[in-house]
Design a protein around this ligand. Sequence first.
Ligand code: ASP
Length: 345
Amino acid sequence: MTNPKTSILIIYTGGTIGMIEDAQSGALKTFNFDHLFNEIPELKKYNLRIASFSFDPLIDSSNMNPSNWIKIASTIKENYQAYDGFVILHGSDTMAYTASALSFMLENLAKPVILTGSQLPIGVIRTDGKENLLTAIEIAAAQKDGKPMVPEVCIYFENNLYRGNRTHKFNAENFSAFISANYPSLAKVGVHIRYNHQAILSPKINFLIVHSQLDQNIAILKLFPGINQTVVDATLQINGLKAVILETYGSGNAPTDSWFLNSLENAIKKGIIVLNITQCKGGSVVQGKYETSSDSLKIGVTGGVDMTTEAAITKLMYLLGENFSTEEVKKLLSISLRGELSEEN
Ligand code: ASP
């Protein structure tokens, strides 16, 4: 049962959920919140106070960027006391990045922030958007003993509630578009919403702190058999580069060619952070497990444990924006700040 005193703010950024077909080209384009609201009369049946804030212009999430994340975070900050939970309507393409970024930006979060969207627009008969939005609202409003059930930044999509900074969009076709390979669902939704209480973070008691300095001097270098020195050096020598995510193979393995290791070592000596993240969607980086990752360890590559690339990139933006020293950033990268990586017990 929902409580009429419970209030939810929907932050509508855009995405397929509210799109309609352009009459001339047939391409999907964003449309306003009233359209969306009218398509879901069920919303009025909820015994909740629901308000909305819309981005203007609404965007396809391929146009999402750190200044939009700051806009979302500051909207939450300004409305934090007035609402019990927040639902963010967002395109699925970059939803995992936004959820990861918000998890780092919103320190001491004690209320639910649930991102959702859909693969089919809300006006389409078979849309997945209705169920996603209605359930996201119900989860954002869910409380036990006066406390929110899920005080985390999450993604709700097709029957699963995930910790946002553990997700990756892996399917452009299925309604089930996200995976969280290294962390269990926070809730499974069928006839009932079954919360996985053990997996959910406890609400923080300190005041919410919103971090809005994000440093974008970061690159991703994805390895592939045959990658050449020109490509590696061009990346590592980017002017102003502070950190690079090295997307490695398996448990963090990389070529052992001396040109490759020398290039990495020179970058690290210049103060560039090299963060080892696996290309695999499940499992963890364990530097030193194979000979092909022992050298990385020796030259000072930082292990990213089982973080997703989305979590790694946004964590780096946040840590570098906070002006920690290089050594502090490296230390914090290997520690769980918001449940984004698995720490050994
Ligand atoms: N291109 C869309 C977006 O990310 C896809 C979606 O909404 O699922 O905004």
